[in-house]
Design a protein around this ligand. Structure first.
Ligand SMILES: Nc1ncnc2c1ncn2[C@@H]1O[C@H](COP(=O)(O)OP(=O)(O)OP(=O)(O)O)[C@@H](O)[C@H]1O
Ligand SMILES: [Mg+2]
Length: 248
C-alpha cells in the first residue's frame, strides 16, 4: 500500500512578485530536497534574483504564494526569523562594506542575521565561517575594499555561512571570476553540500551550474519553463528558445 509522500524539505508554491504591471516572478512552484544542489538558470531579467528576494524576504516579501520549509509556512515571517530558521542568502551585487575589516563584515552579517549572541561568540562564529570558505587567515584584518573580487565574494559567502544555515541561496557567486577562481568556487560549493548544506544556486556560468547541480530549473519572464536534470534542461527546446530569444 502506498504511504503518503513526505513533505519536501523546502517547497515553493506559486510565489509571485509584481513591480507595477511587470510580473517579475509569476506563480513559480518547485521543491528542493535536503542536501540537494538546485541550480537556477534563465536569461537576464527573468526573475532569478527576485525569487531569492521573496524566499528570504530580503529586501521584500512575495505578493502571494507560499514558502514551506520543513513543513512550516515562512513567507510571512520577518527576514531575521527566516534566517534564524536556517535560510541564508548572498547577493548578486556587492554587499561588502569596503572600509570595514573582512572579519567585521562577517561579524556584521552575524549581528544582523538573527543569531546575535555574546560578542566573543559572534567573533568566533565569523572567524569559523571565513575559515570554512578558505579565506586566508592573514587577511581577516584587511579592509574588504582592498581585497580582490574573489576574496570579497568569500567574505559575502562567509556572512551567510556564519548564520549556520541549513539552506544557502547563492546569487551568481562565479560572476567576474577567472577560470581558476571558478574552480575554487566549485570546490567550495561541493564542500558545503558534502557538509550537509542544501544549496540554491543562481549562475550564468553554465559549466559551473551544470557540473554541480543535481537538478536545474529555468525561469523566463518570471515563469518556470523547465525543470529536470542538467542534461535534459539544457537540451530543452523551450530553454534554447528563451536564451536565443533574449540574445536576438
Ligand atoms: N526593485 C525592483 N523594482 C522594479 N523592478 C524590478 C525590481 N527588481 C527587479 N525588477 C525587475 O524584475 C525583473 C526581474 O529582475 P531580476 O533581477 O529578478 O532578474 P534576474 O533573473 O536576476 O536577472 P540577471 O540575470 O540580470 O541578474 C526585471 O525586469 C527587473 O528589471
Ligand atoms: Mg539576478
Amino acid at each position: 500500500m502506498a504511504s503518503a509522500a513526505p513533505s519536501p524539505f523546502l517547497q515553493i508554491d506559486k510565489l509571485t512578485k509584481a513591480f507595477g504591471a511587470l510580473k517579475a516572478v509569476d506563480a513559480v512552484s518547485f521543491s528542493v530536497s535536503e542536501g540537494e544542489i538546485l541550480g537556477i538558470a534563465g536569461p537576464n531579467g527573468s526573475g532569478k534574483s527576485t525569487l531569492f528576494n521573496i524566499i528570504t524576504n530580503i529586501p521584500f516579501r512575495a505578493d502571494s504564494g507560499r514558502t514551506v520549509f520543513k513543513g512550516r509556512e515562512i513567507q510571512s515571517l520577518a527576514n531575521h526569523d527566516i534566517a534564524r530558521l536556517g535560510l541564508a542568502r548572498t547577493f548578486q551585487r556587492e554587499t561588502v562594506f569596503p572600509t570595514l575589516r573582512s572579519i567585521d563584515n562577517v561579524l556584521l552579517a552575524v549581528e544582523n542575521g538573527g543569531h546575535a549572541g555574546a560578542k566573543r561568540d559572534n567573533e568566533a562564529r565569523a572567524e569559523a565561517a571565513l575559515d570554512l570558505t578558505g579565506f586566508p587567515a592573514t587577511m581577516h584584518n584587511t579592509p574588504a575594499g582592498g581585497l580582490p573580487i574573489f576574496h570579497r565574494k568569500l567574505v559575502m559567502i562567509a556572512g551567510a555561512l556564519a548564520l549556520d544555515p541549513a539552506v544557502v541561496l547563492l546569487d551568481e557567486p562565479a560572476a567576474s571570476l577567472t577560470e581558476g577562481e571558478i574552480d575554487k568556487m566549485r570546490t567550495l560549493i561541493l564542500k558545503l553540500r558534502d557538509a550537509g548544506t542544501t544549496i540554491l544556486l543562481i549562475e550564468h556560468v553554465l559549466p559551473l551550474l551544470t557540473s554541480v547541480s543535481d537538478r536545474l530549473i529555468v525561469l523566463d519572464q518570471g515563469t518556470l519553463i523547465s525543470e529536470g536534470t542538467p542534461g535534459d534542461v539544457i537540451a530543452d527546446p523551450r530553454v534554447v528558445e528563451a536564451y536565443l530569444g533574449g540574445a536576438a
